[in-house]
Design a protein around this ligand. Structure first.
Ligand code: ZDP
Length: 286
């Protein structure tokens, strides 16, 4: 059976999107998603995203498999891609999306609301960050404590880390020079550290100024991606908690910049692009 897909990216963080509006279970398994994401033997992507029917009054449900087959709660760059993808599907169905179309999307991290803007960018209400150790989850503090500037031993070095959940778990560390970080060597050690029972996404941040951060990321289940939307949001929140930055800043990723705001209503807003690249049909992989 051939399954139609579209390929999108948000700042080079790339996803295969599947129109799954007619059934509540994803059209492919996690094992198949691993094969689809393979850059040599498959389509090539950081993850596969399914646009499923809404639940509990939402317009749609988003589920995602990472390229290793694990299922994260949320995906910031992915949900911008999903908003563009849905708008395209609705247009193809003869429903013209409104000028500023907003979608309420059910995710494992709660209801997330992306809004298409006239300039082609997408602004996403990413909800409220969670800061308590038990919510991350991490053992780097008592259950009800925040984990801010806490020491973490990784290999031979001690890092000062701040942990933030944007629905999915992030560990942020501020460094002098992100270019000097050996991601391939360090990333897996953070990801699989015993302090993080659900594993962790790790962001290395260089503070250029109070409204400009440079970030490199090692993603849980996907490795060194060009961008991570939830990670950029978590980094800004960590930057405010540690007084490295203001509540509004540009976060520059290897794939380009995102605008992030931790609003006074405690919600985090992310604005950035989402680009359709190609569409195709996937046949069964051996
Ligand atoms: O939490 C995780 O396991 C992440 N790998 C999910 C993907 C996050 C993403 N890069 C983002 O932009 O938030 C899609």
């Amino acid at each position: 059976m051939a399954i139609a897909f579209s390929k999108y990216h948000g700042l080079g963080n790339d996803f295969v999107l599947v129109d799954n509006r007619h059934q509540t279970e994803p059209l492919i398994t996690a094992e198949q998603a691993v094969k689809w994401c393979d850059r040599n033997f498959g389509i090539g992507a950081d993850g596969v995203i399914f646009a499923l029917p809404g639940q509990a009054g939402t317009d749609y449900t988003m589920r995602i498999f990472n390229s290793d087959g694990s299922e994260p709660e949320m995906c910031g760059n992915g949900i911008r891609c999903m908003a563009q993808f849905i708008a395209g599907l609705e247009t193809a169905d003869g429903q013209a999306p409104d000028q500023a179309q907003a979608y309420a999307i059910h995710t494992l991290a709660g209801v997330i609301t992306p809004k298409l803007r006239a300039d082609g960018q997408v602004t996403v209400d990413m909800g409220e960050p969670s800061l308590l150790a038990e919510q991350i989850p991490t053992t780097l503090g008592a259950a009800g404590d925040k984990v801010v500037n806490t020491s973490l031993q990784v290999g031979e070095n001690t890092w000062s880390v701040t942990c933030v959940s944007m629905g999915n778990p992030h560990c942020i560390t501020f460094v002098k020079d992100v270019a000097a970080i050996d991601l391939a060597q360090l990333g897996p050690k953070f990801e699989h550290h015993s302090a993080f029972p659900q594993r962790i996404n790790t962001e290395f941040i260089q503070v250029v100024s109070r409204d400009y951060l440079k970030m490199r990321v090692w993603e849980r289940g996907a490795g060194p991606t060009l961008a991570c939307g939830t990670g950029a949001c978590a980094a800004l929140v960590a930057g405010v908690l540690t007084d490295h930055c203001d509540r509004t800043a540009t976060v520059e990723l290897p794939g380009g910049p995102l605008q992030i705001e931790w609003s006074n209503d405690n919600r985090v807003y992310m604005t950035g692009p989402a680009q359709r690249v190609f569409a195709g049909e996937m046949t069964e992989l051996a």
